[in-house]
Design a protein. Structure first.
Length: 115
């Protein structure tokens, strides 16, 4: 099983980034996919989740209206479009796959929002 994140980097406040997570080794379409983040000195927190069935999604209050999660079940990839980025969004962003008791994590990608 592999989850490989990409797309992180340094961006100015108000800017945008698009994170990608390429999955392999499991039946991607059957898994709920999520993005978590962890800032220095803080606990890992859920940012957004998109469900395997119907593709519905939910978001942390702190990112609602700014971030959009989506998935491509042909490319086995989940995305996180991040707009209007703030310094508080600075963190390592992790991709997560979950189905029943099975859960997998990516290695993370750094997002830094700074002028």
């Amino acid at each position: 099983v592999q989850l490989v994140e990409s797309g992180g980097g340094l961006v100015q406040p108000g800017g945008s980034l698009r994170l990608s997570c390429a999955a392999s080794g499991f039946t991607f379409s059957s898994y709920d996919m999520s993005w978590y983040r962890q800032a220095p000195g803080k606990e890992r927190e859920l940012v957004a989740r998109i469900f395997s069935s119907a593709g519905s999604a939910n978001y942390a209050d702190s990112v609602k209206g700014r971030f959009t999660i989506s998935r491509d079940n042909v490319k086995n990839t989940v995305y996180l479009q991040m707009n209007s980025l703030k310094p508080d969004d600075t963190a390592v962003y992790y991709c997560n796959a979950r189905r029943w008791i099975n859960t997998y994590w990516g290695q993370g990608t750094q997002v830094t929002v700074s002028s």
